[in-house]
Design a protein around this ligand. Structure first.
Ligand code: E4P
Length: 217
């Protein structure tokens, strides 16, 4: 499973890119607002840091303006992925932009039929929002499982990009369900290696090693 970082904070992106674990980045208008940066400037900087796809979201809701904005975003760097809402206009824009060779990410997906249409429109990625479904008492992970089954039935190449991830269990369950990508906030990615027994075991090993009086290398 690929790991994308769900942030527009370039310091966080630089830090996690240095681990060699990062396959891409997703942003959205709320994350751009949080960064306090100009969208084109910050996306250019992120694209310089990360080799993989960097999603930048259009702000238009009609197909013609979505295409215009999408092309403006794509002109920033070769690894820009144009993020479009999963609406009829978004689907139409996705079809056109994909046929012109652009990467596309259909966002705000909350049911499997939206994902089916996104795949038929040739989207590079579909972004089902797990956490926001969980917030409503609906099991977000079932959506990932349903989309996986549909895409496998028809050999769709659209990648399932699990979004709105809130917990380390979300990451684990996405991997079990076969999501192609998880886009993870830094607060969650930082917890993926945490386990008290790892900390405790390491402390005990280091204490015993100290007692041996030995050195390595
Ligand atoms: C990423 O592409 C999405 O925009 C993001 O994961 C949404 O997360 P949220 O529901 O925590 O805002």
């Amino acid at each position: 499973m690929k790991f994308f970082l769900d942030t527009a904070d370039v310091d966080e992106i630089r830090e996690w890119n240095a681990t060699g674990l990062l396959d891409g980045v997703t942003t959205n208008p709320s994350l751009i607002l949080k960064s306090g940066r100009d969208i084109k400037e910050v996306l250019a900087e992120i694209c310089d840091i990360v080799d993989g796809p960097v999603s930048g979201e259009v702000a238009a809701t009609d197909v013609d303006t979505m295409i215009k904005e999408g092309k403006a975003l794509a002109s920033i760097a070769d690894n820009i992925c144009i993020k479009l809402p999963t609406t009829l206009d978004g689907i139409k824009a996705c079809n056109i932009l994909t046929n012109e060779g652009h990467q596309t990410n259909l966002t705000l997906c909350f049911n499997a039929t939206q994902a089916l249409l996104a795949a038929k429109a040739g989207a590079t990625f579909i972004s089902p929002f797990i956490g926001r479904l969980d917030d409503m008492g609906i099991d977000g992970m079932e959506l990932i499982e349903d989309i996986r089954a549909i895409y496998d039935n028809y050999d769709f190449e659209t990648e399932i990009l699990a979004a709105s991830i809130r917990t380390t269990n979300h990451v684990k369950d996405c991997a079990i369900a076969g999501a192609d990508v998880a886009t993870i906030p830094t607060s969650t990615i930082a917890k993926l290696l945490d386990h008290p027994l790892t900390e405790k075991g390491l402390a005990a090993f280091l204490a015993d090693w100290e007692k041996t009086g030995q050195t390595i290398g």
